[in-house]
Design a protein around this ligand. Sequence first.
Ligand SMILES: [Zn+2]
Length: 252
Amino acid sequence: MIKFDTFYIQCPRCKCWMEGHLLISSMVNQSILYSDGKILNDGYITENQKMIVCPACSHWSWVEKYEEPYISKTRPKATFYTWNSWRFYGVHSVSNKGKMALVNHYRNFLNNGNYNIEQEIYFRRLMWWAFNDFVRNRHQINIDCYTSKEMSFKVWYRNRKKIMEGIELFDKCRDHFNENLRNLIDLYKLRYTPDDEEYESVNLDIIEIYRQLGDFENAKKLLEQTTRRTHFISTIERKVDEQDDLVFLVSG
Ligand SMILES: [Zn+2]
């Protein structure tokens, strides 16, 4: 069964082609949502990659919308780079080394370009997710993952070691993590007002950012002003009370 729509992007500088895939949403079996807003559909991140680095000439291109003229559905006659060779800058995001490389890519973009506010929000939001990837699946270090036969002992043990290393790396990056989140809050407040359609979801992001910054007082203040009550919001509330500041699995 084909689960992807295939598209092609051409580097505006060296004219080489890159092949990409868009998951067909009706074919998705499993959707996972995390408290920082990252969604994985069958393991694939749903957010389109807007900054693309050409694997041949390293040219940076910003692709705002995945539609023509930026992308084409027609298979080019020339050879093309496979999705894995350029997607998320070719990093191997399963390893801690790859996760760190992804964080550094976002840092590099932010340090070397002039962006509008939407673009900066995009980079900082994805950088937030990239930092959280170190601790995102820490529930898997629990012995239950092995005893419930979800993983073999060898796989569980190796995975556990990797996650423990990830937690250590995350702690080391805390200052950068916090600095990024403080900047993101400022940008959100500058960009969005209550009249914006996205305001409610942005406000939820801000509450979650305050919690992840360990600023439970501000998180609590905003929670008290929120009239909506969902499973997600009550979980944030509980985590704020417990003074727990890490990303968590909401559903999936
Ligand atoms: Zn190129």
